[in-house]
Design a protein around this ligand. Structure first.
Ligand code: COA
Length: 703
């Protein structure tokens, strides 16, 4: 929650040093109040004859986290951030930035304009702007590159990666890492006092704008800019902010400093107006809104040890996520042989990370020291949270929850990892259904960011609060869903997949469908996803859902035919695609089968364009998304966007389906709707219309 406290800048004198302590909870964003307070105090303190040096620092948990994003939509009220930076650079007395915990974005840019920089150990530095589709706009691309070098600038500014204090000191970003028993601010003041009264020339020479050496060096290595572009293009498919950051940094090679600053500001403003930035900023706020879920005022339980039942693909992935997040873990398998296979797989994973340098031998020893894998269920006794991760079979899961009562503590939270089964039905089999919750991980569970937390009718606030805290420690984006078949994600994507398959049965090539959706930005097309998940999984889901499909609904049958023909997907090298040597290739056999299979009785109205394909699938998805909202399965539209982006490979730069539809507009949707096989109903379109007239209701976070 944002604190109701007002932003404040308080000046205190420590001998001949003036300390300007800024506070703007929760993250010390540089909004108007901070700018005004800093400007006013800088003017008076630099003019005072009793002051030799000025320290800028922040109270609270960290240094400035950047400019205040919530002010981006309006005109910047004076004093502007640029004006503040000019004032610091023009100060006749040394200005020292004293940073602790983290210095990000505009906060780091402000520090870069100071004459000296000191930091507490453990502080991290970076420019997260690209994660919002932006670039630094307060001279960061110019000043950072001049001080820390262009190679470092090309490494961290276009990626949003952070560096630690040791690295920051090594590359010249910091004058000192203050490491002592004394409070950090006392040390920072002592550093400033020790500067004496540096002559004007020395101060001017220390300004980043006057460091020419790095620019001269970079001019001799223009190829590194092209290399950076190629690297970024591979890593950030379709995102344009990283390339824009390279443009801004590169301007230093050909433009005088002031012109390069103006160029950076121009690019920043263009980015600010871009749909990519709007989409990414929407997702930023959506993630924060998703954390605001009522847990009936319950406190989360402390989690020290996590139990996992089942060591298959999901169980292993969950185990890795858990142990890498620092928890102790106990995994139980059905027998010793299966347990050994699981341990070997986990060790293999850790060894691979060792080879790439991301884990040391000591890290591996520490992780394995916290990990127990066996076949003895009594190992689950000390667990605070137990996650069942066996096959997606209701009876099996119910049996396991029946057994868990015998071996777990009465207060342990018991979670089922299911992608769509009824958590309530599973909880019925447990001794204490109020402790039971759904935790739907996405495969690979140690990589995918999304965690759907499924609240059954009897789930307690404590189980929900504990699951949310657990998700946060795993670094997951957690979205709470009500307990309904498919929850949020599989429910809406099921309609999208079904629509794609219907198009194929009406004569559109599955490979054209996948290509169109991948070109739109989906990580994988629907048929490639089916092959990855396994056509047998789709078969199980079809059986489970058959009874619930309303009479008269046209249900596609092609995938079932492929399954019956023994095509299981990637796992046996044949699904919608063939996989000779593991490479995904269109399958002549599938095209043959399709040729003779036209249950729709005719071809698609006309050969669809890529846009038609995308819109037909997306319109189906949207229709279901609104039903999910109406039924309260998702609490807010922006939760649906998070689920799509973090669990289903929906392109981030589009901001999720709800945000995208709002951007596209109603009349366009109506016109596409005419071609859709599952058109969005009039009722939903009217709601969409109403939502548009009240901004934020559709894709908004509801915060
Ligand atoms: N401007 C305005 N508000 C901000 C903000 C910013 N730069 N950064 C964070 N906030 C707000 C969040 O929206 C959240 O508000 P809420 O409590 O009403 O939901 C609150 O501050 C706490 O942020 P949160 O992200 O929940 O805290 P955290 O401790 O998990 O992470 C940060 C802190 C700073 C690492 C993270 O918020 C972040 O990356 N912020 C963006 C920084 C950035 O991009 N700066 C450059 C802007 S150009």
């Amino acid at each position: 929650m944002n604190s109701p406290r007002k932003p404040s800048v308080e000046a205190t004198r420590h001998g001949r040093v003036s300390l300007l302590l800024c506070e703007n909870p929760p993250v010390n964003a540089i909004g108007h109040g901070i700018r005004e307070g800093l400007f006013r105090n800088l003017v008076s303190e630099t003019a005072s004859e009793d002051v030799d040096a000025i320290v800028i620092a922040c109270g609270g948990s960290a240094f400035f986290a950047g400019a205040d994003i919530s002010e981006f939509s309006g005109e910047e009220q004076p004093p502007t951030a640029d004006g503040l930076i000019d004032l610091i650079e023009g100060s006749p007395k040394p200005v020292v930035a004293a940073m602790h915990s983290r210095a990000l974005g505009g906060g780091l840019e402000l520090a870069l304009a100071c004459h000296y920089r000191v930091a507490a150990p453990g502080t991290v530095f970076g420019f997260p702007e690209v994660t919002l589709g932006l670039i630094p706009g307060l001279g960061g691309t110019q000043r950072f590159a001049r001080i820390a070098g262009f190679a470092e600038a090309l490494r961290i500014i276009p990626t949003g990666e952070t560096i630690d204090a040791t690295r920051a000191e090594a590359i010249g970003l910091l004058d000192r890492v203050v490491d002592s028993e004394l409070p950090f601010l006392d040390e920072a003041v002592a550093f400033a006092a020790g500067l004496g009264c540096p002559p004007h020339d020395l101060l001017v020479g220390r300004l980043a704008r006057n460091c020419q050496e790095a620019v001269d060096k970079a001019r001799l290595d223009r190829a590194s800019f092209q290399e950076a572009r190629e690297r970024l293009a591979r890593r950030y498919r379709k995102l344009s902010a990283p390339q824009a950051a390279v443009d801004a940094i590169g301007a230093a090679l050909d433009l005088p400093f002031e012109d390069a600053l103006a160029n950076e500001r121009r690019i920043f403003n263009e980015r600010l107006a871009s749909s990519e930035s709007q989409a990414l900023t929407h997702l930023f706020f959506a993630e924060r809104a998703a954390r605001k879920v009522s847990t009936l005022d319950s406190a989360p339980a402390e989690i020290g040890t996590v139990g996992i039942v089942g060591g298959g693909t999901m169980g292993r992935g969950i185990l890795i996520a858990v142990i890498e997040a620092g928890f102790a873990a106990v995994l139980v398998e059905r027998d010793e042989k299966a347990a050994r296979a699981c341990l070997e797989a986990v060790e293999g994973h850790l060894r691979r990370k060792h080879r790439t340098g991301s884990l040391s031998e000591a890290d591996i020893a520490d992780i394995l020291g916290r990990t127990a894998i066996g076949a003895d269920w009594s190992g689950l006794e000390p667990c605070d949270l137990v996650i069942e991760a066996v096959f997606e079979k209701l009876d099996l899961k119910r049996e396991i929850f029946g057994q868990l009562a015998k071996v777990t503590r009465p207060d342990a939270v018991l979670a089922t990892n299911t992608s769509g089964l009824s958590v309530a039905r599973i909880a019925e089999a447990a001794a204490r259904p109020e402790n039971v919750i759904g935790l739907h991980f996405f495969s690979p569970a140690n990589v995918m960011k999304l965690l759907e937390i499924v609240q059954a009718p009897l789930t307690s606030g404590r189980a929900l609060a504990t699951s949310r805290a657990f998700a946060r420690r795993l670094g997951k984006v957690a979205v709470v869903a009500k307990d309904a078949d498919g929850f949020i994600g599989n429910r809406i994507f099921d309609r999208y997949w079904r629509e794609a398959e219907l198009m194929v049965e009406d004569g559109v090539s599955p490979y054209d469908v996948d290509a169109a959706l991948e070109d739109f930005g989906m990580a994988m097309g629907p048929f490639a996803v089916s092959d990855l998940a396994g056509l047998d999984l789709g078969h199980d889901i079809r059986i489970r859902q058959a009874a619930a499909v309303p009479a008269g609904t046209r249900v596609p049958t092609m995938e079932e035919r492929l399954f019956q023909a023994g095509r299981l997907g990637q796992k046996n090298g044949a699904g919608w695609y063939d996989y000779p040597d593991g490479k995904r290739m269109p399958s002549p056999r599938v095209l043959d089968l399709l040729h003779g299979h036209k249950p729709g009785g005719g071809a698609y109205p006309s050969a669809p364009s890529s846009q038609d394909i995308v819109l037909t699938c997306m319109t189906a998805l949207l229709g279901e998304a609104f039903r999910v909202l109406d039924e309260g399965v998702a609490a807010r539209a922006s939760d649906i966007d998070l689920v799509a982006v973090h669990g289903y490979g929906f392109p981030k730069f589009v901001g999720g389906p709800m945000h995208w539809f709002e951007t596209v507009g109603l009349s366009q949707i109506r016109s596409w709707n005419r071609r859709a096989l599952y058109p969005v109903s009039d009722e939903i379109l009217q709601r969409f219309d109403a939502g548009r007239s009240a901004p934020g209701n559709i894709s908004g976070s509801g915060a």
